[in-house]
Design a protein. Structure first.
Ligand code: SF4
Lengths: 341, 334
């Protein structure tokens, strides 16, 4: 009898410790490297054989390990391991562009009909609308109307606080436009979280003042996403920029609004052309395994990368600057986060 | 008017059909041509059928969108249901109820003639797949050599008690399709339940004919997507979770059942292939239960099952496989 992790519970090794990513229940479980070794190198051994391999010096610890795994429902004992193949880790999407960001401020003059049409051509599935200045309800409705007939599945909205944006009005928006998947209001005098009735879409007010794209790129455990899409995409591609396209507040077409390089202006350069340029696509394949420090980090397949704000501007492969984690010591820099179970 | 080659036709329904949407995404990704027609479109899209003397019924519409049924090279019969807009709050013994039944029978007749007008070749599932009943499928399954749970349909307490005594536990489920019961603000659906002594006590001597089966001492459930000879299996570990022990659909959201890819033994694949051939069905979602002794028990096959619930947790990309299958069929020269 051998112990098998459920195929959706995938162990990932780090420099100092390891993690089991529960891709079904969206939860990482920190584990010592010794357990990682047992689960990988000795996966085909029975419990007595594992104990014997370690010369019975750590029998109790080994029992504790398996108790922990069973307690958390991460795997099971079986005589037929061949019946349970691992998940294939390939990542695929029918969208040439899976997600887009459109930034807005008081100077923006976007033509949303054009944007919607162009995004539809590349099969875009999700869009994030981020406004750093106030938008009226009318403006918001008119933007959403532009997207009404395209294949988008989800629309995330980030807006600046203004008096007219009351809960009732925003609930009305998510009921009329069912693809709206969340509304966040920043720079708010109060913090409040709601779920729209029936649809359960989050409508949230936050205090944080956001004036431009530099708020993005944070790395912290609260933003880890342990699911199969994220995990498999991260193994092969850059999990932030892969198949992403952005239009910044000035209408420049970019990988990310926080990037300097513009590939043309929305309204005149077609997105279909931009996404064919190798200079545009070169970011897509920078997976966590090729990034400094991240490549040794146990969180690398569940942690959203950032290529805009990095520790070394002249190095495409340097670590995200806003990350406070040191995988070699397994510590979060003081004052940031503790993430122990 | 519409010069089309190798068109793929998708027959589906308007709402809550993410599988159809995803398959369409893949079909467009591969650059193939398709048309989606929902059951609703027959009764709401200005449909016009011209039955003239030339032996043909032409399906068209009064607006420009049209039904382009002439260049169809492959068909996916995904779903086809009574359009919800026909449903009104009707009372039994009312003229509205009779009117509703009439509308439904008109819809069915219209659908049948619509299907008849589409080329017979290259259908992935077909309307008649929906008409198989559980009992027929169970008998066919046992004929090909699959193990099935002992099954009884009865309507008296006495017979039910005798059946219950014979087995260590029994369950009940619908003889036909499961359905929805809608009240003002809630929707109910029927699902598989365990029947205890107490349940039997509370029954009248005579009851409406109902289906009972011996309860299987379950190791795990298997949900298998069968696509023309290919098997994509998933094991669902629901034992140990009281809420989902009897019916996987009673979903536990806090601690969802473990769903993992599964290697179906070759022998079971052969039996299932034989069954699908017998049922003349080229696609379907098959439910098996593996018992504690290791036996595979056949429960049912659903031609229009939710295969996305197998595809996503196992990372099988079934929507892409369906799209590729339809495209391949469309390009086949016969
Ligand atoms: S080191 Fe890299 S992968 Fe690890 S937490 Fe920081 S940014 Fe994420």
């Amino acid at each position: 009898m051998v112990f098998l992790l459920y195929a959706c519970c995938v162990p990932v090794d780090g420099a100092r410790r390891s993690v089991i990513c529960d891709l079904q229940r969206n939860r990482p479980y920190l584990i010592p490297k010794a357990l990682f070794e047992i689960l990988t190198v000795h996966a085909d051994k029975s419990l007595p054989d594992i104990k014997a391999y370690y010369e019975h010096e750590v029998d109790e610890t080994i029992d504790e390990y398996f108790h922990f795994l069973i307690e958390n429902d991460l795997g099971f004992w079986t005589d037929e391991p061949y019946l349970y193949p691992p998940i294939a880790y390939d990542w695929e999407s029918p969208s040439q562009i899976t997600n887009a960001i459109v930034d807005m401020n008081e100077h923006s003059i976007h033509d949303f009909d054009w944007i919607a049409m162009e995004l539809d051509k590349v099969g875009c599935a999700a869009i994030q609308l981020r406004s750093y200045s106030s938008l009226s309800l009318d403006e918001l409705y008119s933007i959403l109307r532009s997207f009404q007939n395209c294949r988008l599945r989800t629309i995330e909205i980030l807006l600046k606080f203004s008096e007219g944006l009351e809960l009732a009005a925003l609930e009305e928006i998510v009921h009329t436009h069912q693809r709206v998947s969340s509304i966040y209001i920043h720079s708010s005098p109060y913090a409040e979280a709601h779920m729209a009735s029936r649809t359960k879409i989050p409508i949230v007010w936050i205090n944080t003042a956001i004036s431009d794209h530099s708020f993005c790129g944070n790395v912290n455990p609260g933003r880890f996403a342990s699911n199969i899409q994220m995990f498999t995409e991260s193994m092969h591609y850059n999990n932030c920029l892969n198949r992403k396209i952005s239009i910044d507040a000035d209408g420049h077409i970019k990988n990310c609004p926080a990037f300097g390089k513009s590939f043309g202006k929305a309204g005149s350069t077609s997105l279909t052309e931009v996404i064919c340029e190798s200079d545009f696509r070169k970011w897509w394949s920078i997976s966590k395994d090729s990034i400094d420090t991240c490549r040794d980090c146990e969180f690398r397949y569940i942690c959203t990368d950032c290529r805009a704000i990095t520790s070394n501007d002249s190095d495409m492969f340097s670590k995200p600057a806003k990350c406070k984690y040191n995988p070699y010591q397994a510590t979060w820099i003081a004052n940031s986060y503790s993430y122990e179970q | 008017m519409y010069p089309l080659f190798q068109m793929i036709l998708l027959l589906s329904e308007r709402n809550c059909e993410e599988s159809t949407n995803l398959v369409i995404d893949w079909i467009s990704f591969f650059g193939a041509d398709f048309q989606r027609i929902n059951g609703e479109d027959l009764v709401s899209n200005g449909l016009v059928v011209n039955i003239s003397g030339n032996g043909k019924a032409i399906f068209g519409t009064s607006n420009e969108s049209g039904f382009k049924t002439s260049n169809i090279k492959s068909v996916w019969f995904r779903r086809w249901r009574i359009p919800p807009m026909l449903r009104h709050a009707v009372l039994l013994n009312s003229i509205e109820y009779d009117a509703y039944r009439y509308l439904v029978s008109e819809f069915n007749a219209l659908s049948a003639s619509f299907f008849a007008g589409i080329s017979k070749r290259n259908w992935l599932n077909k309307p008649s797949d929906l008409t198989h009943n559980k009992i027929f499928v169970l008998t066919q399954a046992s004929l090909v050599g699959l193990k099935i749970p002992e099954t009884l349909i009865c309507q008296t307490k006495v017979e039910l008690r005798a059946f219950h005594r014979k087995h260590s536990g029994i369950i009940s489920k619908s003889i036909g399709d499961t359905t929805f019961f809608r009240s003002e603000n809630r929707t109910f659906s029927n699902y598989t339940v365990e029947i205890t002594d107490k349940d039997i006590d509370s029954l009248e001597e005579h009851f409406y004919p109902s289906l009972f089966q011996s309860k299987i001492d379950k190791q795990y459930e298997l949900r298998i997507f069968y696509l023309d000879g290919d098997f994509h299996a998933m094991a669902i570990f629901s034992q140990g979770d009281r809420q989902t022990e009897i019916d996987f659909r009673q979903y536990n959201t806090r601690r969802p059942n473990r769903c993992v890819p599964y290697n179906l033994p070759a022998q079971i694949k052969n039996l299932l292939t034989a069954l699908m051939k017998r049922l003349d069905m080229n696609c379907g979602s098959i439910d098996l239960v593996r018992d504690k002794k290791g036996n595979y028990n056949f429960l049912e096959v659903n031609p229009v099952g939710q295969f996305s619930m197998v595809s996503y947790p196992c990372n099988y990309h079934l929507e892409r496989k369906v799209a590729q299958y339809l495209i391949k069929q469309a390009h086949e020269r016969k």
